[in-house]
Design a protein around this ligand. Structure first.
Ligand code: IPD
Ligand code: CA
Ligand code: CA
Length: 262
């Protein structure tokens, strides 16, 4: 895809998530139909499902050949990454959406033959739209974002999945003690935004492809590392533990989490 086509794709993706965000804000105080999925902490609502259907219909109108992986099941059963593939998370942070009406995101990632191409993350209630990719750079609304200055783990705030911290996975209690502090935000998209803005230096979580896709495009464009904790590349067809961080922080975290010599 050349730069003009990529810019048009990004414009469309921004438009789709902006419209979806406006719809959610308009209905934010409507009664919700809330269901559980894998556990009582894994929720889906009628607005998650409706938003996914709307986003997928918009994608199919403009890119009928593309494959679409959607969290709530209205997309395709994607088994390879050939061609243009969209990853859709209609509401990221559904628990926050239900309990706080705040701190949730809409995310779409577009990949070509498995390579990150364009990502968009909308902080719905703050109406802050992060978007970009390797051909375009990264922007918050219309303002370019520059690469963040790398900090050591000691000097930075660390975002982590609550389960990992509770069960001390990957020596996360020691990671907590070594870092300037830990933050648990309840939305991968909102965590990614903290990294893009340089407010946190790392995020460690167990994520599905739709959780990781959009933010990965922008984090990598800004020079951050997005990989499995041991450094293996992500497989965008399966869930797994993901570490997103600036280079010096990756080394600090691996030394503690995997007992690696520095
Ligand atoms: C969840 C959130 C959460 C992360 C979970 C995700 P959802 O997404 O991003 O922060 O810890 O792994 O599943 O289910 O609210 O879209
Ligand atoms: Ca979701
Ligand atoms: Ca999610």
């Amino acid at each position: 895809m050349d730069k003009a086509e990529t810019a048009l794709l990004a414009l469309r993706m921004r438009d789709w998530v902006s419209q979806a965000g406006a719809h959610i804000r308009h209905h934010i105080h409507d009664p919700l139909h809330v269901q559980t999925k894998s556990s009582r902490k894994d929720l889906v609502t009628n607005l998650d499902k409706q938003t996914e259907r709307d986003l997928i219909a918009a994608i199919r109108t403009e890119y009928p050949q593309a494959q679409i992986m959607g969290e709530e099941g209205s997309g395709d059963h994607v088994t390879d990454l050939k061609g243009l593939v969209f990853f859709v998370d209609p509401i990221d942070g559904t628990m926050n959406f239900v309990k706080q009406k705040y701190n949730f995101a809409i995310m779409i990632g577009a990949y070509i033959d498995g390579a990150p191409h364009v990502g968009v993350i909308l902080n719905v209630m703050r109406q802050e739209l992060y978007w970009g990719g390797p051909q375009l750079g990264v922007f918050k609304n219309e303002t370019p974002i520059k690469a963040v200055s790398p900090l050591s783990l000691e000097d930075g705030l660390f975002g982590i999945n609550s389960g990992m911290l509770a069960y001390d996975r990957y020596h996360s209690h020691q990671l907590f003690k070594t870092s300037a502090g830990m933050r648990i935000l309840g939305s991968a998209g909102i965590e990614y935004i903290q990294l893009l803005e340089g407010r946190q230096v790392a995020y460690l979580s167990h994520l599905a492809p739709w959780d990781v896709a959009a933010g990965r495009v922008m984090a990598e464009t800004l020079g951050m590392s997005v990989s499995r904790l041991d450094g293996h590349p992500l497989d965008m067809l399966s869930s797994g533990d993901v570490l997103i961080a600036t280079a010096p922080t990756v080394a600090d975290i691996r030394a503690i989490a995997l007992d690696q010599p520095r």
